[in-house]
Design a protein around this ligand. Structure first.
Ligand code: ADP
Length: 472
């Protein structure tokens, strides 16, 4: 039996900004049923203080560079595996995870450098680990510390590291001065090590030093080895291709199942889909759309509003789209440019577009349940969860054929387009709306999608196999 310490910046339900949190919230319990012992370490942010209220180690002094941090480790109650929280209020007791209204926190390199360094102390005192499973750039320095600062420490002899890339778009880039601040040797500032176009990249550390790398879908694992998707790291990823694999994320169906979902107007299932109409009616009322929308296709969007998600394409087809006699509800928040785009749409087509700007979990369930068709025109998508949820909710998705969207949606269950163009997206939406008119065939399509299984079980099995390979 192997012992795995996952290191990450988010985990549902304690701290969530996106799909990473869903993974770190769900995967550990599932992996532990495969005979591994798993624990998780995340920061004790302001919003996690209440849930992580029990201190299990106090006065844990951690030296990083020239500073010594007097930290504590807390634990949450009633979790299926131990969730540990790194407490150091001056760095983590803030409302935001990564920033505030002024942008990213300037001390993020030390916030996440300390997290990585603390993972090694947690492994020394609290939870012996055979494998450090590091998620994204925030945990990217764990392998660098192991290789450079602690390579002669017998506690860690034989320990392996796995870096999981949830999104290559976030590389954790900081000025070279942070190396000294982080207690890492200056000679790591080399193009074959941590240097990336004049900066230090935390993610690159995870890619250079980890014993294995994976990402969250087989297609994205291939794509990131190309210049188009590689974010400047494709050469390194090709060089490490022999240890790079793709493991699809799963969905947590205990939270995302229309048969039991407490947030939606009526529960329904593949064998009893009729109450979905009640969800649609409740949704159009909630978004203030006319009841005529009941007899037309209702498109749904739930997303972070960022360039990655491909909403630029919608700007180019608004006229065409609403000439189709369709309706749209959108829930999201993010970059001002995209919030502005959706505000413009809602202002331009008030009878057609319902918009809520914000992050609202309950409402995201109601959009999944009430919409007829889900839209994800992503520029790139490492895995994507919402298309998996929308399959289960009988809301066939229109997706761009990239990353996890390519791997989870097929002709039977949804609609795919390849070119990143408004024209290609519009064609796919047209196709979906035409298919919606054939009520019988549509019901069949919904049913096939609702029965597809993307549970964590399969992913956990793949991670178990990967851990076993790593430990030889
Ligand atoms: P990403 O991690 O790139 O944001 P994913 O599709 O993998 O995309 O995961 C997004 C997760 O975040 C889903 O669980 C989705 O429901 C949730 N989410 C995103 N935006 C919102 C929002 N505005 N309100 C509620 N939930 C949201």
């Amino acid at each position: 039996m192997s012992r795995i310490l996952m290191v990450a910046s988010e985990a549902t339900p304690f701290a969530t900004t996106g799909g990473l949190a869903d993974v770190v919230g769900s995967l550990p319990a599932e992996i532990s049923t495969n005979g591994h012992q798993v624990a998780v370490l995340i920061p004790r942010y302001g919003r996690a203080r209440e849930a992580a209220a029990r201190p299990v180690w106090t006065n844990l002094y951690i030296r990083v560079g020239s500073r010594v941090f007097n930290t504590s480790i807390y634990r949450a109650e009633d979790t299926p595996v131990p969730y540990y929280f790194l407490d150091y209020p001056p760095l983590y007791d803030r409302p935001g995870l990564y920033g505030d209204e002024n942008g990213d926190f300037p001390d993020n390199p030390i916030r996440f450098g300390l997290l990585s360094r603390a993972a090694l102390e947690v492994a020394r005192y609290l939870f012996r680990a055979d494998i450090f499973h590091c998620h994204d750039w925030q945990a990217g320095l764990v392998p660098a510390y192991l290789h450079n600062a602690l390579n002669t420490d017998p506690t860690f002899t034989g320990c392996k590291t796995l870096t999981t890339i949830h999104n290559l778009g976030y590389r954790g880039l900081y000025h070279p001065g942070v190396l000294a601040e982080l207690g890492l040797p200056a000679h790591l500032f080399r193009p074959d090590l941590l240097e990336f176009w004049g900066n230090v990249s935390f993610l690159k550390s995870g890619l250079v030093y980890a014993d294995a790398i994976n990402t969250v879908s087989p297609t994205y694992a291939r794509e990131i080895q190309t210049a188009e998707f590689g974010e400047g790291l494709d050469g390194l990823l090709r060089a490490r291709g022999a240890v790079l694999s793709g493991i699809l994320n799963g969905a947590d169906y205990s939270r995302w199942d229309p048969a039991t979902d407490p947030f939606i107007a009526a529960n329904y299932s593949a064998d009893n889909p009729v109450p979905k109409r009640e969800c649609k009616l409740a949704l159009i009322r909630e978004f203030g759309l006319p009841e005529a929308a009941m007899d037309r296709p209702l498109l749904g969007i739930v997303s972070r509003f960022t360039g990655q998600k491909g909403f630029d394409l919608i700007a180019g087809l608004a006229n065409d789209l609403f000439n189709q006699d369709v309706y749209l509800v959108a829930l999201g928040s993010g970059e001002p440019q995209y919030e502005g785009l959706f505000r413009w749409l809602a202002g331009q087509y008030p009878e057609r577009v319902g918009l809520v700007i914000g992050y609202n979990e309950a409402l995201s369930h109601r959009v999944e349940a009430g919409a007829d068709i889900f839209l994800m025109p992503s520029r790139y998508e490492p895995c994507g969860l919402n298309q998996i949820y929308s399959l289960r909710y009988g809301t066939p998705p229109v997706v761009r054929a990239t990353g996890g969207l390519e791997d989870t949606v097929d002709e039977e269950t949804g609609f795919k387009f390849r070119d990143f163009s408004s024209w290609a997206l519009m064609n796919a939406i047209r196709e979906a709306c035409a298919a919606w008119e054939d009520r019988k065939a549509w019901a069949k399509r919904m049913q096939i999608g609702m029965k597809r299984d993307f549970s964590w079980h399969r992913s956990a099995q793949s991670y178990s196999e990967l851990y076993q390979r790593l430990l030889g």
